[in-house]
Every structure is written in C-alpha cells, then in structure tokens.
Design a binder for this molecule. Sequence first.
Ligand SMILES: NC(=O)c1ccc[n+]([C@@H]2O[C@H](COP(=O)([O-])OP(=O)(O)OC[C@H]3O[C@@H](n4cnc5c(N)ncnc54)[C@H](OP(=O)(O)O)[C@@H]3O)[C@@H](O)[C@H]2O)c1
Length: 345
Amino acid sequence: MTSLSLPDVLPAPRRPSADSVPSLRWGVLGTGWIASRFVASLQASTTQRVMAVGSRTQQTADAFAATHSIERALGSIADLVSDPDVDVVYVATPHHLHRAGALAAVAAGKHVLVEKPIGLNAAEAQEISAAARAAGVFCMEAMWTLFLPRFDVVRQVLEAGLLGEVHTVLADHGEHFDPPHRILDPAMAGGSLLDLGTYVTTLATWALGPATRVQAAGSMTPSGVNGQAAMVLTHAVEATSVLHSTLLTRTPTAATIAGTAATLTLPGPFFMPGDVVVTSADGSRSVTWTDPEPIGHGALHHSAVEAARCIGDGLLESPLHPAEAVQHNLRALDEVATQLGVTYA
Ligand SMILES: NC(=O)c1ccc[n+]([C@@H]2O[C@H](COP(=O)([O-])OP(=O)(O)OC[C@H]3O[C@@H](n4cnc5c(N)ncnc54)[C@H](OP(=O)(O)O)[C@@H]3O)[C@@H](O)[C@H]2O)c1
C-alpha cells in the first residue's frame, strides 16, 4: 500500500460563475423532458438567454414557449437553426436525431451543444465534430456530469495524485422505465447503453483513458432493446473498470475510483451534484467535500456555462470534454453493442 497523506479538505471546485461568461442567445431543438429541465436550469441560474424553441409542430413549440416564456416558437428544425437571433443550438431530440439536428445547426453556422450521446456511435460523433470544426463553430456533447463542480473536485484529486496509482473504476447506472418511454423503443435507438451506460463508460474512459479491451454480457427487453449490460473495460494504463447499466431496476448509481493510496467514492447518483469522499487505502482517514447544490437536473446549466465560456474564448471544443474523449467513450460502447448484438436503426 502506498502511503500518501490526505489533505484536511479537498480542493474547492474552480468552475466559472454563471455571470462570468458571455450571455449567449440559445435556440432549443425539441420540447421533451430534458429540454424543459435544461431551459428551467438556464433561466434559474444563468444569464444565458433562451430566444427560440423549435419543434416538429408549431402547436408544440407554442406550448413550450408559453410555459417557459420564450419569445419565438418555431415549427421546424430549419426555422430554428436559421434564426438570426440564435447563437447556439441545444439539440434535445432523441439520440437517433442528434446527428441531423447537430449537422443542420452547424451548416447554418451555429454553435452546438448536443445532448448525450452526441451520436449513435463513434462514427457519427466523428462526423459531427469534424463538420463543426470545418465550419469554425463550437461543438460539445452535453455530458453535464463533467461540468459539475463535484467533478472539478474529482478532477483535482486525480490531478494532484491523491489516490496514488489509479487501477480501478466501479460504476453503475440503473433506473426503472415503463412503456411507452422512448428508452424501450428500438426505433428511437432505445436501450440502457446510450441513455445510461454512456454515463459509466464516460466516467471510466475519463478517469482511466481509452479502453483497450471490452468484454460485455447483457440481455434484451421484450421490446427488442438492450435491457441491461455488464461491462468490463481494460485500459491502457494498468487499470480495469467494472460497469453496469440497466433500465429494468433502480441500482445505487454510485461510482468508485480507487488507487493505491486512497479511494474516491461518489455516492449515488454519481452523475448529479453530490458529495465526494476520499478515504485512505488503510481506511483510517476520510475527507468529504460536501456539495452545496441539491441533487437533480437543476444543475444542467453548468454545461451551458461551459459552452458559453468556450465560445467566448473562441474555442471550438471544450478542453473538459473534447471530441477525442467522446469518441473514446463511443468506441467502447460500439464494442459493447457489437458483443451484445445490439444494432440501432
Ligand atoms: N442530461 C440528462 O440528464 C438527460 C436526461 C434525459 C435525456 N437526456 C437526453 O436528451 C435526449 C432527449 O431525451 P428526452 O428524455 O428529453 O426525450 P423526450 O422527452 O422524448 O423528448 C424528445 C423531444 O424530441 C423531439 N422529437 C423530434 N423528433 C422526434 C421523434 N421522431 N420522436 C420523438 N420525439 C421527437 C420531440 O419534440 P417535438 O415534439 O417538439 O418535436 C420530443 O419532445 C436524449 O438523447 C437523452 O439521452 C439527457
């Protein structure tokens, strides 16, 4: 066991304050569950301005705009992305439509923040980020977890080497869904992998780097989507991650990153605001960072603040979640899907 002394307090998060970044004009594509929470979070906690919402139907756009006091309600993707009062488009449609929405926004010269997963697979992710780069616009997957203050504490713990040599990541994400949720629909690229599994594989590849080997076991639902998946990833450094995602049951949704000197735990739900606990390898000492933010989707705005910070700085991607990292994650998920016989229409 390596002996490294733990500090009395964990590093404070360094995320930019919401009023320190440019106040951008947002267009929201889609009027569903996450779009509603994203807009509410922006309006409650930032100076970002939601100017327009785009839907497949004018009626739905009107209703969403009325609920969220949004000036402009537009009845098509084309109208939203060509709106001259929109700087950045947030794509909040089901996964299989991210590519079309993101490419339309990029072609119209808009910056783009795309819900997770940015595409159905690594090839789509590559295509979207290459198009954005060629157009000179900012593009980021809205993997909101990585922009939470909680994760900046984790980032600093890792950077400071407080865990010693990191060899292990354990993480699960399990929630129960009933029909007619889109996660159960094969036509909407449903299944546990792209909605829930992507959180655990993102965490593992973020902490340990790209997977060099992937082993998966799992099962399908009667509707024909992946119900659950157990995944073991081997990483280039001498490290292993053991991961699980399920849409059948509620599991702890906790995460552990363990090293030779200490173990970091993220009590569930690990992907939301919450505490960070670091315990020495001999178990004798523990230090906790207590998150002042409540658990929940009220924290979605951190990804918008990161997008605004980057766009203000003239960056085309976020150093906290670059296109390359997204592809590492999706390549691992592609391999899991192949091993489990999962295909997306
Ligand atoms: N970050 C997070 O915590 C989080 C949580 C949940 C979901 N998400 C992600 O957000 C995305 C959307 O998920 P959601 O749960 O918000 O889905 P949802 O409630 O079904 O909403 C999706 C919206 O997309 C639009 N849409 C366009 N074409 C559609 C089609 N063919 N079928 C259905 N809807 C269509 C619809 O708006 P119109 O009818 O107005 O066109 C619909 O309201 C997913 O990729 C998911 O992974 C992220």
